[in-house]
Design a protein around this ligand. Structure first.
Ligand code: PXG
Ligand code: PLP
Length: 448
């Protein structure tokens, strides 16, 4: 491995430039001592500043399932840039936003057919929470404001998202949140090393029924969960859990929001987690894979009755029905990237490919059972994670060390909390899965 000076020289960067960037979700002090700089990407591989090829074991940040530098997307975005680089997102439209909205609804469960664009997953969550509250007001139920999330849930980094979110480290230093309750997570000890959906956990939803008794349904706006928790380390839903959740929400007139920022567009082997797990929510949030990561775009997709409620209660037609939106909502470049991405997913049948190859991945990933420090293994579709036993006094150290060893061996995997996470590119070959799992196993074995 090159030293830092060589890395900076090969990228034409100065120390001052390196220091200027306060990097997102990064140990900045460590990084700036050991910069890991990616200079290009093609297909399933990155090239780093040393010219090494590195396998993309997380598809970017769960974003680039179709692989990097796809000519179809590059061409679509370039063409769009020449034709219409920006158009105002309020009060005016451009053709591709409508085309993409319709295309997105073709990937959504039936009935979720109105698309509110955002710039990211975090924005999509904020939009969903705001729509949920405003919806009940429009219907004359203004007291329905309480939001319920789940422990270990990740819903982005904005205020609403961290309030309903359930990863303590993302909340701890920010003080008072919005009011929110949290269901228990489903990572039960008896579910350790489950393949796919674990057996135990649907019963946990009696807790939601108790919350309804405690607060009364007239005070609860929505429940938000990831159908399969991603960031906390790939936690597939227990058998029957989401069905039961849907039942309790329906019975009590509570909106159900699925945050599908990771699970939509193929990651779990279907168009959505909703489709894969057979449960339809009222609102779905998406981002990431919809543009293959090329241009930021998210969306909040609602069932038609929600949209119609706003329209019907909208007053004069020239008055806006929802005072909400972003400068870059429906950005033309993002829409062009989205249309090209969804065409690739369809034309190359990448989503069925995830489904058909996921048993192989499952088998290989679970071959790591029994290696030192591997406390749990979970998987679904092309998502997988290990929980790593904490070293004394340093709960987060081992995952970091494992990920760095993988990087040195030419494999990018994600470390987060006490987990290592894998999100395979949809075009991965069996040999690449083998190499990745071998490198991961070796990296864990090399730990002290
Ligand atoms: N909801 C869910 C379910 C997510 O997974 C967000 C919202 C926020 O999206 P934005 O676009 O604002 O980041 C996410 C994002 C990881 C990882 O390695 C996961 C996310 C982001 C970065 C890393 O697990 N999830
Ligand atoms: N802050 C200021 C001062 C603004 O004018 C705007 C948008 O006009 C925003 C924040 C919000 O930015 P965005 O629409 O990109 O989320």
């Amino acid at each position: 491995m090159q030293n830092k000076k060589q890395v900076l020289e090969s990228c034409n960067l100065t120390q001052e430039q390196l220091d200027s960037h306060w990097m997102a979700y990064t140990g900045n002090r460590e990084f700036k001592k050991n910069p890991r700089i990616i200079v290009s990407a093609e297909g399933k591989y990155y090239t780093d500043a040393e010219g090494r090829k590195i396998f993309d074991g997380l598809s970017g940040l769960w974003t680039c399932g179709a692989g990097h530098s796809r000519p179809e997307i590059i061409e679509a975005v370039s063409k769009q840039m020449k034709e219409l680089d920006y158009s105002p997102s309020f009060q005016f439209g451009h053709p591709k936003s409508f085309e993409l909205a319709h295309r997105i609804t073709q990937f959504m469960p039936e009935g979720l057919n109105r698309v509110l664009y955002t710039n990211s997953g975090s924005d999509a969550v904020e939009s969903a929470l705001k729509v949920a509250r405003a919806y009940w007001r429009k219907k004359g139920h203004g007291s329905k404001t309480r939001l319920i999330g789940r422990v270990k849930g990740y819903h982005g980094v904005n205020w609403g998202g961290i309030s309903v979110g359930g990863i303590g480290a993302n909340k701890a230093i920010f003080g008072q949140m919005m009011e929110a309750d949290h269901l228990q997570h489903t990572m039960l000890p008896q579910n350790r090393f489950s393949k796919g959906m674990p057996e135990e956990g649907a019963d946990l939803l009696s807790e939601l029924e108790e919350m309804v008794i405690l607060h009364d349904a007239s005070n609860i706006a929505a429940v938000i969960v990831e159908p399969m928790a991603g960031s906390a380390g790939v936690i597939p839903p227990p058998v029957g859990y989401l069905n039961r959740l849907r039942e309790v929400c329906t019975k009590n007139n509570i909106l159900l929001i699925f945050d599908e920022v990771i699970t939509a567009f193929g990651r779990v082997g279907s168009n959505t987690g909703s489709e894969e797990f057979g449960v339809v929510p009222d609102i779905i949030t998406i981002a990431k894979q919809v543009t293959n990561g090329v241009v930021p775009l998210g969306a909040t997709i609602v069932k038609q009755e929600i949209y119609d409620t706003f329209m019907d209660a909208g007053g004069p037609e020239y008055v806006l029905e929802l005072p909400h939106g972003y400068t870059y909502s429906a950005h033309p470049l993002a829409c062009a990237a989205g249309l090209a991405t969804l065409d690739i997913l369809d034309n190359e049948q990448l989503i069925p490919r995830v489904k058909s190859m996921s048993p192989y991945f499952e088998d290989r990933l679970h071959s790591l059972k029994g290696i030192q420090y591997v406390h749990d293994i979970r998987n679904y579709g092309f998502a997988g994670a290990l929980t790593i036993e904490a070293s004394p006094g340093e709960p987060l150290l081992r995952p970091f060390q494992i990920a760095m060893k993988c990087w040195e061996k030419g494999f990018y995997v994600r470390y987060g909390g006490d987990t290592i996470q894998i999100g395979l590119p949809f075009t991965v070959e069996k040999e690449e899965i083998d190499s990745l799992i071998n490198a991961l196993g070796e990296s864990i074995n090399e730990l002290d």
